[in-house]
Ligand binder design. Structure first.
Ligand SMILES: *Cc1c(COP(=O)(O)O)cnc(C)c1O
Length: 425
C-alpha cells in the first residue's frame, strides 16, 4: 500500500511507515494513493467478521505486515451487532468492546500493528484525552511489550468511569492528571513532539485519530453492518455517522470506494462547521461549544481533508451528502421519543445520528445509524433524560471498584518531561 502526504505529495510511505510516523511533513495527513475496488463483495458479506476483515484489510494494505491476519483475529474479539431501532432503521452498535466506544476497534488494531513493526525500538505513546480516546488507547496498549503509554487528562474534568478506565490498569499504562484544562494537556503533548531530543530518546508516538491504522480498522464494521441485513435490503443502505473529527465517516467512505453500496449522512451537534460549509461553501469554524454529545465537540475536524481528497479521487460531489446539525434540546427530545415509541435507548451521539437519518431517509432505503458509545458511558445524562437506571456491563462494574493510580502534575512541560524520562527510561 502506498500512502501520500496530502500536503506534500512527494512524501510517500508504506503502510507500516505511516503508522509509525503518524503525521507527515507540514502536519499533512497520510492517505492511500488509490483504492482498488474489491472483487466479489457478495461472497465477502457471507463471511464472519474476522475472516471478512482479514480479506478486506489484506486487500487494502497489500503484502506488507505478514502477521496482519493474526493481528485482526486478536483485535476484533467483540461483536458489532445491528439492532432494529425503528421502522427501516437499525443501530450498528459499536460499543461492545472493552471501553464501550467504537474507538476500541481502531485503538486495538493500531496497538497491535505498532507492536509488530517496532522491531527493537522502544516506543512511548503520549496522548492527551478529554475522555474516550485515552480510555481506548490505554486499554488497547495495556501489556504490549516495549511500549509505554502516558495518558494526560484534565484533573476533575473527565467522568469517573473514564478516569477508572485510564488509571486502574497500571503496568505499562501511566495516567497523569494535569491541574488544568484539556487544551493545556494537548499543548503539553505538542511541546513534547517539538522537543526532538526528547522525542528520539523515548521513541514518541501519539496514537491519535489521525493515525491511518485506526481508520483502516474501522472500514471493517461498515461491511459487517451490511452483512447483517437481509440480502434484499443490502442494495439501498444509508449510513448516518455522528461526526467529531470525521475519522469514522472517512472509514465509511473508504468502504464505499472499495465497492460497498451505500450513501452517507453527516450528523453533527451544534458544532456545525461542516454542515454550514456544505450549505454555503464557506469554511468558517466557530468557537467550540460544550454539548451533551461531547465527543463531537470539535469545530476544526482534523480528518476533513481526507474526506475531500477521497471525494476528489472517486469523482464524488460534496453535494451528494445529506447532513444535519442538532441542538441539545432536540437531542433530548429525540432520545425521549425514540425510547417511548420503540424502547431503544440511545445515548446523545447515537440519538443525533438516528434523527438526522430519519429526516433524510427515502422510500425503499434501509437506514443504519452508528451507535458510537454505550449508553452507560453517559449514564447520568441518559438516566436524567429517560428516567432510566442503566447498568454497566459486569466486566466494567468490577473495574469501577478499583482505585485509580494516577500522578498529578502541573501543566508545566519540564515537569512532564522529567516524569516521562524517569518513568519510561
Ligand atoms: C470519537 C467519538 C465520535 C466522533 O468520531 P470521529 O471519528 O471523531 O468523527 C462520536 N461519538 C463518540 C461516542 C465518540 O467517542
Amino acid at each position: 500500500m502506498k500512502l501520500v502526504n496530502l500536503k506534500d505529495h512527494s512524501e510517500q510511505l508504506s503502510f507500516t511507515e505511516a503508522v509509525v510516523k503518524g503525521i507527515g511533513r507540514e502536519q499533512g495527513l497520510f492517505f492511500p494513493e488509490k483504492i482498488e475496488p474489491l472483487a466479489d463483495i457478495d461472497s465477502l458479506l457471507d463471511l464472519p467478521l474476522v475472516e471478512r476483515s482479514q480479506k478486506i484489510l489484506r486487500h487494502l494494505i497489500g503484502d506488507e505486515l505478514d502477521c496482519l491476519e493474526d493481528i485482526i483475529a486478536d483485535a476484533f474479539t467483540f461483536k458489532a451487532p445491528v439492532v432494529k431501532a425503528d421502522e427501516n432503521i437499525y443501530a450498528l452498535e459499536l460499543f461492545h468492546g472493552p471501553t464501550l466506544a467504537f474507538k476500541d476497534f481502531g485503538a486495538r488494531f493500531m496497538a497491535r500493528v505498532l507492536g509488530a513493526v517496532r522491531g527493537d525500538r522502544k516506543l512511548t505513546i503520549l496522548t492527551a484525552t478529554s475522555g474516550d480516546t485515552g480510555a481506548a488507547v490505554a486499554d488497547a496498549f495495556y501489556g504490549q511489550k516495549g511500549i509505554e503509554v502516558v495518558v494526560l487528562y484534565p484533573k476533575g474534568k473527565i467522568s469517573s468511569l473514564q478516569e477508572k478506565l485510564i488509571a486502574t490498569l497500571g503496568g505499562n499504562i501511566h495516567a497523569v492528571s494535569v491541574e488544568g484544562i484539556f487544551d493545556e494537556c494537548q499543548d503539553l503533548v505538542k511541546t513534547a513532539f517539538d522537543d526532538l531530543e526528547f522525542k528520539n530518546a523515548v521513541g514518541l508516538n501519539s496514537a491519535n485519530s489521525i493515525n491511518i491504522s485506526r481508520l483502516l480498522a474501522q472500514v471493517s464494521y461498515y461491511f459487517e453492518a451490511v452483512a447483517q441485513l437481509a440480502p434484499e435490503k443490502r442494495g439501498k443502505v444509508v449510513f448516518s455517522v455522528p461526526c467529531g473529527n470525521f475519522g469514522n465517516i472517512t472509514a465509511g467512505l473508504i468502504a464505499k470506494a472499495l465497492g460497498l453500496k451505500a450513501r452517507f449522512v453527516i450528523s453533527c451537534n451544534a458544532n456545525d462547521t461542516v454542515p454550514r460549509y456544505l450549505k454555503t461553501g464557506v469554511w468558517e469554524p466557530h468557537k467550540t461549544i460544550a454539548t451533551l454529545s461531547n465527543a463531537m465537540d470539535i469545530s476544526r475536524p482534523n480528518n476533513w481533508p481526507r474526506v475531500e481528497a477521497l471525494c476528489r479521487m472517486q469523482g464524488w460531489s460534496l453535494s451528494s451528502f445529506d447532513f444535519g446539525a442538532m441542538s441539545d434540546a432536540m437531542t433530548e427530545e429525540t432520545m425521549r421519543s425514540l425510547y417511548k415509541r420503540t424502547g431503544y435507548v440511545a445515548e446523545p451521539h447515537a440519538a443525533i445520528a438516528y434523527q438526522i437519518l430519519k429526516d433524510n431517509l427515502k422510500e425503499g432505503e434501509t437506514g443504519i445509524f452508528l451507535g458510537t458509545a454505550h449508553p452507560a458511558k453517559f449514564k447520568s445524562d441518559v438516566d436524567r433524560i429517560l428516567g432510566t437506571d442503566i447498568s454497566l456491563p459486569d466486566a466494567l462494574e468490577k473495574r469501577v471498584q478499583l482505585t485509580s493510580q494516577s500522578v498529578t502534575l502541573k501543566p508545566d512541560y519540564e515537569g512532564l518531561r522529567s516524569f516521562v524520562l524517569k518513568t519510561v527510561g
